[in-house]
Ligand binder design. Structure first.
Ligand code: ZN
Length: 343
């Protein structure tokens, strides 16, 4: 059976937070918000199980944003005075917190939702964290220094903190720790030069499976417009995959369906599990099982069957809830059709 998983995030229900936003405001505060986050986590676990996914996650229901959710528990970061900054090489502006001092973890970041999810599912549990290079690209640094040297110092400082949390997540019973590194597709040379090393620092000592998700971003307008400028062949992965294939990371998540990524680039990931994106997160149209099975069939030319995991291209956070639910069901149905076809 082909394994199935999602990249990570899922839409927040309207009673938890604003919908269809990348940085939604919470609808409650204090213990009421904690309860709502927990309820949403359980709800999505059930939806993923009912859809038939073999790997499930918390849907990132307890964090406002995939990067800033982690940073909220890091000392040395000023969240009170956010500044506007162009991120992903100025693709879009974001209000980002500032690094103002030495970084230190204030305590556990994701203990509640990881333990809750573990207690309520027997399926493989994947938990996502932002990768060091992507964090560096989503904060304004006022402390670690200018230029590439500063970025590297800052990335490794974050990598140590990520590693602490990742080891704790493993102790909570998580089966796969995944780091999200969309920045790898933007700063390819630096990703190969030091990004992968920072990632390995974040994953050091983990005995559970480790993964990295590299994508072309959520299905928001700025990303859709950017992709339109990337030409007929998107070859960004070609610069990063060789370094990843030599790394200790076990699984790589990539975009496939509706992308211009040449599928033969998957060949560069020999020895890795490959999470192939068979679900488009930039379109509300629900993929048919036939389309999904075809995408899997194309990937099978370059990835051995036992190493292929059918996945979404990216997170589903900014989508409408009913669209996300339908896409999860489609994912499992398409993988089942591929099972029948390629058995
Ligand atoms: Zn993504």
């Amino acid at each position: 059976m082909f394994r199935t998983a999602i990249a990570g995030s899922l839409p927040k229900p309207s009673w938890l937070a604003e919908t269809e936003k990348l940085w939604p405001e919470w609808k409650a505060s204090g213990p009421e918000l904690d309860r709502a986050k927990a309820d949403a986590t359980l709800l999505w676990l059930k939806v993923q199980e009912d859809a038939g996914l073999s790997v499930v996650g918390d849907g990132e229901q307890s964090r406002q944003h995939f990067v800033h959710g982690f940073l909220a528990r890091v000392e040395g970061i000023d969240f009170e005075h956010k500044v506007k900054m162009g991120i992903r090489n100025n693709r879009y502006d974001a209000m980002v917190p500032q690094v103002t001092g030495p970084l230190r973890l204030a305590g556990r970041v994701h203990a509640m939702e990881a333990r809750l999810a573990r207690a309520h599912t027997d399926r493989q549990l994947k938990f996502t964290l932002p990768g060091p290079m992507t964090i560096v690209d989503t904060v304004a640094d006022r402390f670690y220094g200018e230029g590439k040297e500063g970025r590297i110092k800052l990335a490794f400082a974050f990598a140590e903190l990520l590693n602490q949390e990742a080891l704790a997540l493993e102790a909570d019973g998580v089966d796969i720790v995944q780091f999200d590194e969309p920045a790898f597709n933007v700063y390819m040379a630096e990703a190969a030069e030091w990004g992968v090393a920072a990632l390995e620092r974040a994953a050091r000592g983990l005995k559970c499976k480790t993964a990295v998700h590299i994508c072309y971003g959520y299905g928001i307008k700025a990303n859709v417009d950017w992709k339109a400028t990337l030409g007929e062949q998107w070859r960004q992965y070609e610069q990063v995959f060789p370094a990843l294939s030599k790394s200790a990371i076990d699984q790589v998540s990539l975009e496939c369906f509706h992308s211009q990524v040449p599928p033969e680039l998957m060949r560069l990931l020999e020895g890795k599990d490959v999470m192939v994106g068979v679900i488009d997160v930039a379109s509300d149209v629900i993929e048919t099982p036939e389309e999904i099975a075809e995408t899997i069939g194309r990937a099978l030319q370059f990835v051995p069957r036992e190493r292929l995991i059918a996945c979404t291209n990216c997170g589903l956070a900014p989508m409408r809830r009913e669209v996300a639910e339908a896409k999860l069901a489609a994912l499992a149905k398409g993988a089942a059709l591929a099972d029948a076809r390629f058995a």
